[in-house]
Design a binder for this molecule. Structure first.
Ligand SMILES: Cc1cc2nc3c(=O)[nH]c(=O)nc-3n(C[C@H](O)[C@H](O)[C@H](O)COP(=O)(O)OP(=O)(O)OC[C@H]3O[C@@H](n4cnc5c(N)ncnc54)[C@H](O)[C@@H]3O)c2cc1C
Ligand SMILES: NC(=O)c1ccc[n+]([C@@H]2O[C@H](COP(=O)([O-])OP(=O)(O)OC[C@H]3O[C@@H](n4cnc5c(N)ncnc54)[C@H](O)[C@@H]3O)[C@@H](O)[C@H]2O)c1
Length: 454
């Protein structure tokens, strides 16, 4: 039995904790899958590397109304796929090699297996017992699969596998209507696949601000076959491919992509054996210092965070890193203003609360909108569907939330994140600085000026 100063479970965000300040610690890092975790191998990075060529492939169809006649000659799926993974796979392999064999990591032992607790700060890794003074749980989550009769038999993909397809299908049906669905619907439809989206509820991306979700649902319905308020009741194969039975109708498809959310990997860790509490959602319970309910055990990222976002996992990894190194002066994680972006088309980005949340909380708030169509750069792009919506406290002018649907939303949101994080009020933000004319951030300037503050 080997004892370590620190054991880290999971090489996604967990791997970024280790630096030269841990050189004198005996460290073990345990990974059951591909080194580098979800974001690098099957998440943020490859998806966005597919979104960019998808944006290019969609451009000719949009250019005609601006007087530019362009045609898409073809999409070389194998080349697109191999460019993405030709870059990513060596990074994952290099990361593993660095931790396992580089002299910088002489103090680090890499275990390739599945860790699970057998007692307080005691782990089994595929039959070998290791103990540690401190343990960091960074075990992430995995795609959920619905219990649909026949689905296992006909076969399905998740975000883990769909980016490595041998060839593009003619038709794809996506079950689910969240982030993964919206991004892959854009990617695959831009590459010429006929996409159907099956949503359980009456809107796509329904956790976004209601106006954003409604606009996206309307635009999506013009681009994909969108089936709202439908449950998938069964799957089978017939002469026309895969048949999905929805309530009241059926559809035929060639490939099913399941995108109904993710579940934390807490069930793999036998946490009760170590006295570590788990919430009903499956997330490991942590306090503001990222400490679990067991002494000497921290957790971070998708395993403990309902946000399930890489920038949150990275932030929490920095908090855990500091708290490991400075036990007498720990810092708290900051989850006040967590932004997100959905890299679909049009892009969506958001920070703070939605109007529905403001109403439910009984807050006094005002809102304002600015259409891209009303700013000069929007005229240049002939954008008639995008807008920014801001919510603020009418008395103080402090921003409560901001939501954007339209080109470059993920970039345009950043000054609003900054304003909220540093307490800059809407009026000072709008008038206390220059806004380059006629650039896209004028969308934000005008949305702020439109707020009916007291
Ligand atoms: C398709 C997709 C696209 C995404 N796009 C974005 C995006 O654009 N922006 C964004 O912010 N977020 C995005 N995310 C979310 C983001 O990928 C995650 O929030 C982030 O990767 C979580 O990091 P983590 O370190 O918590 O977990 P992970 O990166 O999942 O790392 C956990 C690691 O632990 C290992 N592990 C699990 N259990 C054990 C065990 N018992 N023993 C040993 N090892 C174990 C796993 O194999 C895994 O490698 C996306 C996710 C998906 C699926
Ligand atoms: N750009 C990004 O930041 C990005 C991109 C992709 C994924 N992610 C992260 O990954 C996580 C997983 O993404 P996701 O899209 O799978 O989850 P999600 O939570 O965004 O959406 C899941 C959708 O599936 C629906 N659903 C749930 N159970 C269902 C069922 N049984 N049948 C039909 N529909 C069902 C939900 O109502 C929801 O609309 C997200 O929480 C997100 O944080 C982030």
């Amino acid at each position: 039995m080997t004892n370590f100063d620190l054991v880290i479970i999971g090489t996604g965000s967990g791997n970024s904790i280790l630096d030269e300040r841990f050189r004198d610690w005996r460290v073990a890092i345990v990974e059951k899958g591909t080194f580098g975790g979800t974001c690098l191998n099957v998440g943020c990075i490859p998806t966005k590397m597919f979104v960019h060529p998808a944006d290019l492939a969609a451009m000719p169809a949009a250019a005609g109304r601006l007087g530019v006649d362009a045609t898409l000659d073809g999409v070389r799926w194998a080349d697109i796929r191999d460019r993405v993974f030709g870059r990513i796979d060596p990074i994952a392999a290099g990361g593993r090699e660095y931790r396992a064999n580089h002299t910088d990591n002489a103090n680090v032992t890499v275990y390739e297996g599945t860790a699970r607790f057998t007692g307080p700060r005691t782990l089994d890794v595929d039959g070998e017992t290791i103990t540690a003074d401190r343990i960091v749980l960074a075990a992430g989550g995995r795609a959920l699969v619905p219990a649909v009769p026949g689905l296992e038999e006909v076969g399905y993909h998740t975000s883990d596998t769909v980016m490595r397809l041998e060839k593009l299908p003619r038709r794809m049906t996506i079950i689910g209507s969240g982030f993964v669905s919206a991004e892959f619907a854009h990617v695959f439809s831009s590459f010429g696949v006929e996409v159907t989206v099956v949503a359980r509820s009456g809107a796509l991306l329904r956790r976004q601000d209601g106006d954003i979700s409604a606009r996206f649902t309307e635009l999506a319905a013009g681009r994909w076959d969108v089936r709202l308020n439908r449950k998938v009741l069964g799957a089978s194969r017939d002469a026309d491919g895969i048949r999905l039975d929805l309530d009241g109708e059926s559809l035929s498809t060639d490939l099913v992509l399941v995108a109904i959310g993710r579940v934390p990997n807490s069930d793999l860790l036998d946490l009760p054996a170590a006295g570590i509490d788990v919430a009903p959602s499956g997330h490991v319970v942590v306090d503001e210092f990222q400490r679990t309910t067991a002494a000497g055990v921290w957790a971070l990222g998708d395993l403990s965070s309902p946000f399930e976002l890489k920038h949150v996992a990275n932030h929490e990894a920095r908090v855990v890193q500091h708290n490991l190194l400075n036990p007498a002066a720990p810092i708290e994680a900051d989850h006040r203003f967590v932004p997100h972006a959905v890299f679909t088309s049009p892009q969506i980005a958001s920070v703070g609360i939605t109007e529905e949340q403001a109403r439910a909380r009984g807050l006094r708030y005002v809102t304002a909108k600015q259409d891209y169509a009303g700013i000069a750069y929007g005229w240049a792009m002939e954008d008639n569907t995008g807008f920014a919506k801001v919510l603020a406290d009418p008395a103080s002018g402090q921003l409560l939330g901001a939501h954007i649907i339209g080109p470059q939303a993920s970039t345009l949101i950043q000054p609003l994140i900054q304003a909220m994080s540093f307490g800059l009020d809407a009026r000072s933000m709008a008038r206390g600085q220059y806004w380059i004319h006629p650039a896209m951030p004028e969308l934000i300037e005008n949305a702020l000026l439109n707020l009916p503050l007291d």
